[in-house]
Unconditional design. Structure first.
Length: 101
C-alpha cells in the first residue's frame, strides 16, 4: 500500500505548525531550539515529498544542505545556551542581556 504525497504534506504542515506555536509560546531556550529543529525537519519532509512526486533528485539533495545548516545552528546555539546557563540556571529567552561583559 502506497500513501499519496498529500498525506506527507499534511504531516509536514502539522509538524511545522506545532514547531511554530511552540517557538512563539515557550520561553525556555532549549525547547525553542527543539521547535526550530522540528520546523526544519518539516521543511525537509516537504522537500523530499515534492522530490518524490516530481521524480527529481533536487529536493533530496537540498535536504542535505538544510541538515548542514541545522547542525551548524545547533553547534553555535548550544554554545550560547551553555554560556547563559552557566551564569544563571533559570535563564529564559528574555534574558539575553546576561551575556554582556
Amino acid at each position: 500500500m502506497s500513501l499519496d504525497g498529500s498525506y506527507y504534506l499534511v504531516l509536514a504542515a502539522v509538524l511545522f505548525t506545532i514547531g511554530g506555536i511552540g517557538l512563539l509560546v515557550r520561553r525556555n531556550v532549549l525547547v525553542m531550539f527543539m521547535c526550530i529543529e522540528l520546523m526544519l525537519n518539516a521543511a525537509n519532509l516537504t522537500f523530499v515529498t515534492f522530490s518524490r512526486m516530481l521524480n527529481d533528485i533536487g529536493g533530496q539533495s537540498l535536504v542535505f544542505f538544510v541538515l548542514v545548516v541545522a547542525a551548524a545552528e545547533v553547534v553555535v546555539g548550544l554554545g550560547i545556551i551553555v554560556a547563559i546557563f552557566r551564569r544563571r540556571a533559570d535563564a529564559t529567552a528574555d534574558d539575553l542581556n546576561v551575556l554582556k561583559g
